[in-house]
Write a protein that binds this ligand. Sequence first.
Ligand SMILES: [Fe+2]
Length: 299
Amino acid sequence: MINVRRLAHATLTTPDIDRQIAYYTEVVGLALVERSKDRAYLATKQGLEAIALELGKGNALSRVAFQVAPGTDLGDVSRALGKDGVKCERRKGISPGVAEGIVLKDSKDTLVEIFSDYAFARDDGRSAGIMPLKLGHVAYRVDDVQKTVKFYCDVLGFRVSDWRDDTFAFLRCNTDHHTVNFVYDAEPQLHHIAFEVKDWAEIQRAAETLAKHDIHLVWGPGRHIIGHNIAIYHRNADKVRVEFFCEMDQMKDESLGYFDPRPWHQDRPQRPKVWGPETLRNYWGYGSERVIRGYQTIE
Ligand SMILES: [Fe+2]
C-alpha cells in the first residue's frame, strides 16, 4: 500500500479548450500555467495545480493526480503497487509542476498519476474570479462502490470517513473529511469536482461572481450533514458540476479518531460512521426540507 497525502490536479476533457480556459481563469480564478494546442494546465493563485484540460468530450474526468510524501522514491511506489497486483508505469512530464510520476489505472479504469515531488506554480499576479485555495475533492459515480473503496483504501492508503447506507462513501487521505467520494450508479461517470474556499464570506463572493458571469447555482447554499461543509454547486459550459465549499469536517488527529468538534455535529464525538438512508442531504438549505404536517415532519 502507498500513502496518498493530497489530491493534486484533475484532468478533464473538453471539446472547447479556449472556452474552458476562459471559465477557469475568469470565473473560477485559476492561473493559466501552460498552454499548448490541445492541452492546458491551471493552478490556484497559491501555486497548486488544480485542473488540466485536454481535447475530448465534455464532462469527463480522464485522469486524477495524487501526491505521496515529498522525497518518496518512485521505485518504492512502483514496488508497493506491484505487491498489490497493480500494473503501473513510470512517466515523465506529468504536468508543469510534476516532472515524473507513476501512472496506474484504478479499479474503475480511471488513470491515476502518483508523484512525490512538486514544484509550485508562480502566481500570475492577476486578481480575477473566485480564486479558491485548492481542488478539494473529486466525486465519482461508480457501479461497484465497495470495490472502488477497497482499491482506494488498500492500494492508495485512503481511510473511510463516512458511508451513507452502503451506496455512498466518503474517503480521506489527510485531515479533510473527504478527498474522493464514490456513489452508486449503474453508469460510471464524473459526479462533481469541488474547490475549497476560505470561509462562508468567500462562498457568498463565489455566488456573486458566478451570477456576474450569468452562471446560476443548481444547488445550495446549504450545509451538508455528511462532512458538514457549506457548499454551492453550479454547472459549467461542459456540464461539469462544480462545487465551492468551506468548513469541511477535519480529522486533525487520526489516533483520536473523531472529527474536530463543531457546533453542528450530531454526535459527540463525531466519528466516522454509517449514516442511515433517511439522512437528509443538508443540515440547512435546500435538501434539508421535510414536509410539515402539524407537528410531524416527514420526508
Ligand atoms: Fe462535494
